[in-house]
Design a protein around this ligand. Structure first.
Ligand SMILES: Cc1ncc(COP(=O)(O)O)c(C=O)c1O
Length: 358
């Protein structure tokens, strides 16, 4: 089989060693004689996996004890609705910082459920940048301030987060969680679908400050309350057991790599290879993001014409590069360099970009 360089935007590359371990124990997990998928979610064997995943996430991200880690379903998209359902009460404002399509989608759900405001937006400049921190507008009665830490489609990323004290700061970190050090205390809540840096699709991580679990939620359906999941340690109903098992393996892999600091350094090195190929191309490759807003996870660029984009992508496909097409809504090219994408794949892409230009 030809070697494949997987640059998919999500679901995306998983560490090979994790896949091999999962394969090796697929039909006999931990001497049970069964697959982990066949275990009761209330069994001791699964409980150990579940608890280990929570503990590892807390350790790797240095999550303080005043926060709860929840494993939910419904993807990050359900969080777009669960957040306002929970926190957007009459007289309050859901304040959204718009930096791309996913923050627009979060705002859309907020609007269905209450009053909203746009505290900042870079839409007018095609979401090429992240708003300046001092350009954000806040309101006295903000229920929360919502942002998307990394913009998967446009290829931009918040480098520094605003300090918000009058309301909880809530972040969708679906496409950059676990890729860099984060000061968790800046946030009231963080959520992320797993299928980029955390594991396969199916589980959504929520990290929520305990005081936010006290919110009055009598009007919210039981399954859509954070408190329900917190009180039941994410076992109120059957969780996606295989996804949690894979998450646990991926977290162990991150730890074995040297933790977040080591992963972050490697991510910087990987992204630099590709950004350098863009910057040294005399304008042949044009990055979409402004330099100070560039994402280390999703690198978006265009060639001089649509024809050239197509030719570049077709040739890349022949060479074994997968997932380099830009999102269907914006076109162009995009390389997603998540944690599990090896350095060698980025070296190969950078070399290909240079040789294609020549
Ligand atoms: C930043 C961001 N938020 C939300 C989503 C939607 O996630 P899900 O498909 O898990 O609902 C995505 C998916 O790519 C994303 O990149």
């Amino acid at each position: 089989m030809q070697e494949v360089f997987n640059f998919n935007a999500g679901p995306s590359a998983l560490p090979k060693s994790v896949l091999e371990k999962a394969q090796a124990e697929l039909t006999n997990f931990n001497g049970t004689g069964m697959s982990v998928m066949e275990l009761s979610h209330r069994s001791k064997d699964f409980e150990a996996v579940h608890e280990e995943a929570i503990a590892l996430l807390k350790e790797l991200l240095a999550i303080p004890d005043s926060y709860k880690v929840l494993f939910l379903q419904g993807g990050a998209s359900l969080q777009f609705a669960m957040v306002p359902l929970q926190f957007l009460k009459p007289g309050k404002i859901g304040n959204y910082l718009l930096t791309g399509s996913w923050s627009e989608k979060a705002l859309k759900e907020g609007k269905l459920l209450g009053d909203t405001a746009v505290g900042a937006s870079t839409k007018e400049t095609q979401y090429r940048s992240i708003p300046a921190l001092d350009a954000i507008t806040y309101n006295e009665n903000d229920a929360y301030v919502h942002l998307t830490s990394n913009n998967t489609i446009f290829g931009t990323q918040w480098k520094e987060f605003p300090t918000v004290t009058h309301a909880p700061l809530i972040a969708d970190m679906s496409s950059d969680i676990l890729s860099r050090k984060i000061e968790i205390e800046k946030f009231g809540m963080i959520y992320a679908g797993a299928q980029k840096n955390l594991g396969p699709a199916g589980v959504t991580i929520v990290i929520i400050r305990e005081d936010l679990l006290e919110e009055e939620v009598d009007h919210v359906p039981t399954l859509l309350r954070y408190r329900t999941h917190s009180e039941a340690n994410s076992l109120y109903h059957t969780p996606p057991t295989f996804s949690i098992y894979m998450l646990n393996q991926v977290l162990q892999w991150v730890k074995d790599q040297g933790g977040i600091e080591a992963i972050e350094r490697r991510n910087e090195e990987k992204a630099k290879l590709i950004y350098d190929a863009i910057d040294e191309s005399d304008g042949f490759y044009r990055g979409h993001a402004e330099k100070d807003s560039r994402s280390l996870m999703n690198i978006t660029f265009n060639l001089p014409s649509e024809e050239e984009n197509k030719r570049f992508l077709a040739k890349a496909k022949e060479l074994g590069f997968v997932g380099l097409n830009g999102h269907r809504s914006v076109g162009g090219c995009r390389a997603s360099t998540y944690n599990a994408v090896p350095l060698e794949a980025c070296v190969a892409l950078s070399d290909y970009m240079k040789s294609y230009r020549r």
